[in-house]
Design a protein around this ligand. Structure first.
Ligand SMILES: [Zn+2]
Length: 718
């Protein structure tokens, strides 16, 4: 039931992954997961040493607690260890988490604030203005916390749908069922949503994207190393079916059928690395042409049922996948389809059903796949659902409480300074011709930075969404349909650059190439990223580098294929493109060589999958460093002073590394190597600095040190 709460961002790239705790792959057209469900602890942790201002005595400037640094570790050999090892050792991962670090702590703060908001809204809901966001959120949260009602209902809410599936007789009936499910906001098998046209970004079109798998990627269905996970998944499918009264023997047969069905879908699906190729994300066809790819599935009828008018066509993004889907409509027995639809109907609804369903789902997706020992407390589960259903509505209440106009203004200044530094770097690149530079500057000129939250008057309108005080499942279902309708209503309309793809309470940031916007939600504008009381070095090493990171996404392996108006056009000379590719190839090699998981020397970072993020980290840190030097010129006295015993350049890199502090459960770490386009945190702390001469001189590192890449391997792109 977790369906689009925002406009899907097929292309947008974020600072860090907000992987849903269940680790389940969402259809590619679905939006980023709601507010970091992969974060938060059972009880508020004591005030972290990391944010206390112990060195405040130094010139009245705050810095993090320098006693956290480990002098026994050589910063030139293991910079992450030097900055973060002590903290990581002192801050074990809480039992209901898959990872724990700077991001998680901030996300936890955000969750606690949201918790106060929803509790108050629930308390006042009955007397709040009818239909107001406060009332809707209050009722939604209240209904989710009503354990007695949810336990009593068991799986009653999905019985009508299961009965429909039982009654399916042939492929025409299956198609009707799918059409109707999508229209209710309950799409299965493939993803469908709106997005900017690659070739005319001013316009929104429909995107049909591959999906439908219960395991994280196609490899999990075939590779020998995932055999035990496959077995566990099949056992989970059987248990899930049994919870609705299917006999053990039947459940076993049906689970095998689901596995067979998904293995066929997986074989026709693309690997995450293949998905980075933009040609695999866009395939514009007329409705008639699409109907030829899937003669058993009429797109004309599908769009009619969805209430969507298609003008010239839409993107049937992965034709090979849809051809397989078409084939399965007649080649797979009806009983196999029924098993697949039955299982996914239950699985999708599990978080809204009684505890036995929730515990069952957690056992596979939380424990087995991600290594999380314990479920999150109920209030966090419900809050996560509120974020999924009405995230932007909750955001409106959140910013009213936490975000000040002063913070917004200070962040805007930082954005301006970092942007100026990027322009300067582009103009001074030694490997790019004047012609390509002019185009890059043209794109730079068209960046639209968005800070904190939508401007007044640009918040979403929630009227028309009917939320009641006592029916959690019906509420989530209503929200799923409301959000799906909201999304597909964009099709055929102009693209709105001011619309947000992330809620203000999300600790993250993103770049969207189709609107050429860089976006910084309110929740990330806090320490360690941003601290109004800290000196410039700290802020440029934190939020400054984040701003640089998002800006650099405009020029990463994917972003560089779009112009300033968001259209996919080539603005590069052939020679400059070759130069760019040669430089990015070196970065691929750098990250391919890393083996981040202790005692698993065979598991490497995927340099191609993480290329866009690594380009953004490297560019972002360089840009932020330049911006800091400019800021320091205005205040030479501050530039020369040490705070907490560290120079301004050192503080800059220290805070960059501090942002990426944290640890992860081994199963989650393995999962992320396969699905996450971001490199592991410790390597983000070190990968970019090891390419920067400024780092080596800040810490007086020498050639041959691990943190100083040899001259011929050092990468400089932006
Ligand atoms: Zn990024």
């Amino acid at each position: 039931m977790s369906k689009p709460y925002l406009k899907p961002l097929a292309l947008a790239v974020s600072l860090a992954l907000s992987l849903a705790a269940c680790g389940k792959q969402e259809p590619a057209a679905a939006p980023p997961a709601p507010a970091p469900t992969a974060s938060s602890a059972p009880a508020p942790a004591p005030a972290p040493a990391a944010t206390t201002a112990t060195a405040a005595a130094d010139a009245g400037k705050s810095i993090f607690d320098v006693s956290e640094l480990d002098p026994k570790i050589n910063a030139c050999q293991d910079f992450n260890g030097f900055v973060n090892d002590k903290w990581v050792a002192a801050n074990p991962i809480p039992a209901d988490q898959t990872s724990w670090g700077a991001f998680n702590k901030l996300a936890e703060d955000s969750l606690n604030t949201q918790h106060t908001i929803v509790e108050a809204a629930a308390k006042n809901a009955a007397t709040a203005k009818p239909g107001s966001i406060e009332q809707q959120i209050g009722y939604l949260y209240q209904s989710g916390m009503n354990d007695a009602a949810i336990e009593k209902a068991g799986f009653d809410p999905i019985k009508p749908k299961l009965a429909e599936i039982d009654g399916l007789k042939n492929s025409a009936g299956i198609v009707d069922f799918l059409d109707k499910s999508y229209a209710e906001g309950d799409g299965m098998v493939f993803g469908f949503g709106s997005g900017a046209d690659f070739h005319d970004a001013t316009k929104q079109i429909g995107y049909a994207m591959e999906g439908g798998l219960g395991l994280p990627t196609k490899d999990y269905y075939t590779k020998p190393e995932y055999k035990s996970l496959r077995d566990a998944y099949v056992a989970y499918i059987a248990r899930t079916l049994e919870l609705t009264g299917v006999s053990a023997a039947d459940a076993k047969t049906q689970a095998a059928a689901v596995m067979k069905f998904e293995t066929a879908l997986a074989a026709a699906s693309l690997a995450p690395t293949e998905m980075r190729n933009l040609d695999n994300q866009y395939h514009f066809v007329s409705v008639a042409a699409a109907d030829k790819v899937t003669p058993n599935f009429s797109w004309q009828k599908f769009f009619k049922t969805q209430g969507v008018t298609i003008d010239k066509g839409f993107s049937l993004s992965q034709p090979k996948f849809f051809a397989e889907f078409n084939k399965l409509l007649t080649s797979a027995p009806v009983s196999e389809w029924q098993a697949y639809l039955r299982f996914h109907t239950i699985d999708d609804a599990s978080s809204a059903l009684s505890e036995n369903f929730r515990a069952n789902k957690f056992d596979f997706y939380g424990k087995t796949l991600a290594g999380q020992p314990q479920q999150k407390p109920r209030w966090k589960q419900v809050l996560s659902a509120v974020n999924g259903a009405m995230g932007m509505g909750l955001g409106e209440l959140y910013v009213a409480k936490v975000f000040t106009p002063e913070a917004k203004q200070r962040a805007e200044e930082l954005v301006t300074n970092v942007r100026d530094a990027l322009k300067n770097r582009i103009e001074n690149l030694d490997w790019m011709s004047a012609a390509t530079k002019a185009k890059a500057i043209e794109k730079w000129n068209k960046f639209l930075p968005k800070i904190g939250y939508p401007d007044k008057g640009e918040w979403r309108d929630w009227s028309g969404l009917n939320i009641t005080p006592d029916n959690y499942y019906a509420n989530l279902q209503a929200a799923a349909k409301f959000n799906y309708d909201y999304d597909i209503a964009h099709i055929g309309k102009p693209t709105d650059r001011k619309e947000w793809g992330m809620t203000p309470q999300t600790v993250n940031a993103y770049y969207d190439p189709s609107t050429n916007t860089i976006n910084f939600p309110a929740a990330i504008l806090q320490p360690p990223f941003f601290d109004a009381k800290a000196d410039d070095a700290i802020n440029y090493g934190g939020i400054g580098a984040v701003i640089g990171h998002e800006s650099s996404h405009g020029f990463d392996d994917q972003g560089s294929q779009f112009d300033g108006d968001g259209n996919k056009v080539n603005w590069w000379t052939k020679q400059d493109k070759q130069q760019f590719d040669a430089r990015t190839a070196k970065l691929v090699q750098q990250f391919d060589a890393y083996t981040p998981i202790k005692d698993k020397p065979d598991l490497h970072v995927n340099g191609k999958l993480t290329l866009g993020e690594n380009i953004a980290d490297l560019g972002g840190l360089n840009i932020a460093y330049d911006a800091l030097q400019t800021a320091m010129k205005k205040d030479p006295a501050e530039a020369s002073e040490k705070i907490g015993g560290y120079t301004e350049d050192q503080r800059f890199f220290l805070n960059w590394a501090r942002v990426w502090r944290g640890s992860m459960r081994e199963k989650t770490a393995i999962l992320r190597l396969n699905v996450d386009p971001h490199s592991p945190m410790a390597l983000r702390a070190m990968g970019a600095p090891s390419n920067m001469p400024a780092f080596a001189s800040a810490f007086q590192c020498k050639a041959g040190d691990a943190m100083v890449r040899p001259a011929d391997k050092q990468v400089k792109i932006w």
